[in-house]
Design a protein around this ligand. Structure first.
Ligand code: G3P
Ligand code: MG
Length: 217
């Protein structure tokens, strides 16, 4: 697999790092993914009760140093810089005001000096993406959806989206073609069997988010 051979997310993105080989959303997972030549990973970020951005899929109730110890976003970005790995950063909606969580996340991104072309921000929550557009219009935004709503085209324009990230079982070749016709990039999750999306590549699918990047050689 090419590592960051260009400035777009690669066709194979490790879901929560590489959870088939290391704990999800962990620094260990970043190293493992990098060793295997995986150029991009998806990871989840939220805030802990002290307002610090930490890597977790689920809501976080303890502060730094509580168990389990979660990597901070700052540590994660530093490691990604060292490894030259790209990050699809999913900003979780765990009830924090969108403007607050986005401001906290962006503050860390700015301090990390991670190149903008190594980042793709995404969220299920369109209000979070709207805040990303207001606060950091230069960073790419992707909308995640279990099923795309009927007005996905309008939303994509409003949020000036780079990409859509629908659940793979909801995609058909026609829908892929339509999304691509609108000039959007398309990443789908969580695809663990390469055969499941084989037909979609020829319609223009840009990439998969997978627990098993090693299966997509
Ligand atoms: O970014 C796609 C995927 O990670 C969304 O679902 O629940 O695994 O964060 P989840
Ligand atoms: Mg995620």
């Amino acid at each position: 697999m090419d590592k960051l051979s260009n400035d777009i997310p690669s066709p194979v993105i490790g879901h929560r790092g590489i959870p088939s080989l290391a704990p999800e959303n962990s620094l260990e997972g970043l190293h493992k993914a990098s060793e295997l030549g995986v150029g991009w990973v998806e990871m989840d970020v939220t805030l802990n009760p002290d307002g610090i951005a930490v890597m977790s899929h689920d809501p976080v109730t303890g502060g730094l140093g509580s168990s389990p110890a979660l990597p901070t976003l700052a540590e994660t970005l530093q490691r990604l810089n060292e490894l030259s790995t790209g990050l699809n950063l999913e900003i979780k909606d765990h009830g924090y005001p969108p403007e607050l969580i986005v401001a906290q996340v962006l503050k860390v991104i700015e301090q990390s000096q991670v190149p903008g072309d190594h980042l793709l921000l995404s969220s299920f929550n369109s209000q979070i993406l709207a805040q990303c557009l207001i606060q950091a219009p230069h960073l790419r935004r992707g909308l995640i959806a279990k099923t795309l709503s009927k007005d996905w085209q309008e939303i994509s324009v409003q949020l000036n989206l780079y990409s859509l990230h629908p659940y793979w079982k909801t995609l058909t070749p026609n829908l892929v073609t339509e999304i691509k016709r609108q000039g959007l990039h398309l990443y789908t999750w969580t695809v663990n069997d390469p055969k499941a999306v084989r037909i979609l590549w020829s319609s223009g699918l840009d990439g998969v988010i997978t627990d098993y990047p090693q299966r997509f050689k």
